[in-house]
Design a protein around this ligand. Structure first.
Ligand code: TRP
Length: 455
């Protein structure tokens, strides 16, 4: 396939910024803290770190090798490596999953824009009780027009960047946004850790209480590792397909995984010390950053600034992730249907907005989607479970089987070494991708199917 017309990252750094941008998102700053808070803190964090090493990094390298070897979208990549087989369906499932995840992720991303707006206009400056904060959240999410408008705005931002292409659009944007994000994070973490009583939050995050570890905590940690590293639907295949042949791929992949993990921990260092400092319990669930944090800005020195910086951070992190989700779909249409990039970006982004509307209405905007079909679950959560949990875990297991056994670990290693630089951990990687990844994720999948509980 003509790689010249597809575009390429300008080099290792461009790839690292873009791929870290994909990995680092709401998963790190919104999902990781509340999941850690619900699962007992330190013990969860320890497990999460272990699974990033044992499952996350091997899968990142597996996806990247498939992409780089074929220089194609996920479906085209499997077709090229295994012609005439059923494997391309795994790629198509991935593309569909990317589209579907974007269609609910953009709704939550839209909330971050709204909260940024609120922070900028001083809505968090006075004293805010938990009740008032919860009410603010509901007023926003249950306003149908507002929810749809902010979803639209977020998808629009995403389209505008993706349509400009790999190096001029995605790489250029992430090269600005990622360093900015890191600066905001570090400043906020320092501010938070040095609050009176802040060290208790640090202890909570890093002192594992092993009595807290049970089956669901293990499962949550695996699920968090997969979601946070953008694994299981070919995002890393797609980003790997734009990776220059002469650069060191394993090293770049490991750096991305390291950044992603470090940023999750940093986000924890912002949220938990702030919570402990004002004596709020860390197990507030998904509302943690939207409902709990606004109640504490007022009691923090320079709280107004803290609020603006925090929601800007959240919006930036979300944007570099939605870019990667749309890019997977756009790349597929460029490679397989020969659509021009601009057409693919606008048509598929526009379509995604339409599909996102039910999710935007699922937090009170419409009774039908809030209590979907009377099942007592909202449409957005349903999408999250179906695509974000089931589809990603199935995708991750099958990918490990494909790379470890079907295409074969030796060929993948050859591809990982195609820059001429030896991949030091190749023996260990082979064991992890062949046995540990499919078995561990398989257990997760069986667990969530049997219990009906998502991560
Ligand atoms: N990893 C991103 C986050 O942490 C979300 C994301 C982007 C993603 N692309 C993905 C998740 C692909 C799964 C698959 O927010």
């Amino acid at each position: 396939m003509a790689s010249a017309s597809r575009g390429q990252w300008s080099g290792k750094l461009g790839f690292i910024m873009a791929a870290s941008g994909s990995a680092i998102g709401l998963g790190n700053i919104w999902r990781f803290p509340y999941t850690a808070g619900e699962n007992g803190g330190g013990a969860f964090v320890l497990l999460y770190l272990i699974f990033v090493a044992l499952i996350g990094i091997p899968l990142v390298l597996a996806e990247l090798s498939v992409g780089r070897e074929t220089e194609l979208n996920p479906a085209g990549a499997f077709e090229k490596l295994s012609p005439g087989s059923k494997w391309p369906w795994l790629g198509r499932l991935g593309v569909l999953t990317g589209f579907a995840i974007l269609a609910f992720y953009a709704v939550i991303a839209g909330w971050t824009l709204w909260y940024l707006w609120e922070a900028l206009t001083g809505a968090f400056s006075g004293e805010i009780t938990p009740e008032v904060s919860a009410q603010m959240f509901t007023d926003m999410t249950s306003n149908p027009l507002l929810a749809i408008a902010f979803t639209a705005a977020f998808i629009l931002l995403t389209i505008v960047i993706v349509q400009r292409g790999i190096s001029a659009g995605i790489e250029r944007t992430t090269k600005i946004l990622m360093p900015l994000l890191l600066v905001i994070l570090v400043v906020l973490a320092v501010r938070s850790v040095t609050l009176p009583g802040g060290m208790d939050g640090v202890k909570y995050l890093f002192t594992p209480d092993f009595s807290k570890i049970d089956f669901p905590v293990v499962m949550s940690a695996i699920g968090q590792a997969l979601f946070s590293l953008s694994l299981g639907m070919g995002a890393m295949i797609t980003y790997g397909s734009y990776f220059p042949k002469n650069e060191n791929l394993p090293q770049s992949g490991i750096i991305v995984a390291f950044f992603d993990t470090a940023i999750a921990v940093l986000a924890g260092l912002i949220i938990f010390p702030a919570l402990f400092s004002v004596g709020i319990a860390p197990d507030g669930g998904p509302g943690l950053v939207f409902i709990v944090l606004p109640t504490i800005f007022n009691s923090l020195p320079a709280g107004g600034l803290f609020a603006v910086a925090f929601y800007a951070l959240l919006a930036i992190a979300a944007l570099t992730s939605t870019i990667s989700l749309l890019e997977v779909v756009v790349t597929y249409f460029i490679d397989e249907k020969q659509w021009p990039r601009k057409k693919a970006s606008w048509v598929l982004g526009g379509l995604c907005f339409v599909v996102a509307i039910p999710s935007a209405l699922a937090a009170g905007g419409s009774q039908f989607f809030t209590n979907f079909l009377g099942f007592g679950i909202d449409f957005l959560s349903l999408q999250n479970i179906f695509w974000g949990n089931y589809s990603l875990s199935i995708g991750a297991i099958l990918l490990a089987v494909f790379v470890g056994w079907s295409w074969g670990a030796p060929k993948a290693i050859e591809s990982l070494e195609s820059s001429g630089i030896k991949f030091q951990g190749s023996g260990l990687w082979t064991v992890l991708i062949r046995y540990v990844c499919p078995v561990a994720i398989g257990i997760v999948l069986i667990y969530i199917i049997v219990t009906g509980q998502y991560f």
